[in-house]
Design a protein around this ligand. Structure first.
Ligand code: KIV
Ligand code: NA
Length: 269
């Protein structure tokens, strides 16, 4: 593909070749994935992954704009979606529109993502009617960690019906796709089969219309904890620490810098 897909192109991938996506927070990471991902999410996971925050609750509009601008500079072929941070959209559709418009105008994002099912349907419809493509996010919604009572699997047993209703609601409200986080595989399969928009799984099912992972998790850069749904494709964290250990040893033994790293010149007599 030569140009970035639009949200409607992502919607049209329903039921086809799985949609590939990762999070990114910086220009070089965005450049690494630009040729391989259909869309890149500037996730509010940036707070935990890059800023050392204990949850996503402390992430601000300012942080999302700064990282969104950085990611945009690294993308030419993948679409960019930016997360709406906690507190920037829940109060009213009007508040959500003002902040979504700011995120799109400042970063050039083609769409925003927000957390919530039935209770956010009115807001999603309000945004879509005013030119803001919305990716929804249901199941485990980390911004609600304090009311959910932990990062546990959502939609088990009797809660399955409610999650199915959330999926239908965000689809009917006009979302162009929906992230399903940490839900039983059979329920993810059922939602994927039933709703008309692509499901993007994270801890969901291989049958989802697409998959997403936090890039620092799959590269082994974020190692504070590893959710079951993360597959590590590299160990950049431990590789990086080993490299730093070698550097420290080289400096202390004067093995670095070597002759090839320094500049020759005449010494004044
Ligand atoms: O912030 C994030 O990284 C996300 C993805 C895990 C879907 O919302
Ligand atoms: Na997020």
């Amino acid at each position: 593909r030569k140009t970035a897909p639009m949200p409607e192109d992502i919607r049209a991938m329903k039921g086809g070749t799985p949609i590939v996506s990762l999070t990114a927070y910086t220009t070089p990471m965005a450049q690494m994935m630009d040729g391989h991902c259909d869309f890149v999410l500037v996730g509010d996971s940036v707070g935990m992954v890059l800023h050392g925050l204990p949850s996503t609750l402390g992430v601000t509009m300012e942080m999302m704009i700064l990282h969104g601008k950085a990611v945009a500079r690294g993308l030419t072929r993948a679409m960019m979606v930016v997360d709406m941070p906690f507190g920037s959209y829940e109060e009213s559709p009007q508040q959500a529109f003002a902040n979504a418009a700011l995120l799109m105008a400042e970063t050039g994002a083609g769409a925003v993502k927000l957390e919530g099912g039935r209770h956010m349907a009115e807001t999603i419809a309000f945004l879509v009617a005013r030119g803001v493509p919305v990716m929804a996010h249901i199941g485990l919604t980390p911004q609600s960690i304090n009311t959910l009572g932990g990062y546990k699997v959502q939609g088990r047993g009797d809660a399955a019906e409610a999650l199915m209703a959330d999926a239908r609601a965000v689809c009917d409200a006009g979302a162009f796709s929906v992230v399903l986080e940490k839900v039983p595989a059979a329920l993810a399969d059922q939602i994927t089969a039933e709703i008309a928009i692509p499901t993007i799984g994270i801890g969901a099912s291989a049958a989802c219309d697409g998959q997403i992972l936090v890039v620092d998790d799959m590269l082994g850069l974020f190692t504070a904890f590893k959710p079951k749904f993360v597959k590590r494709y590299a160990a950049l964290g431990s590789d990086g620490e080993a490299a730093i250990e070698s550097y420290a040893e080289d400096v202390r033994t004067r093995a670095f810098p070597g002759p090839e790293h320094v500049f020759a010149d005449k010494v004044p007599s």
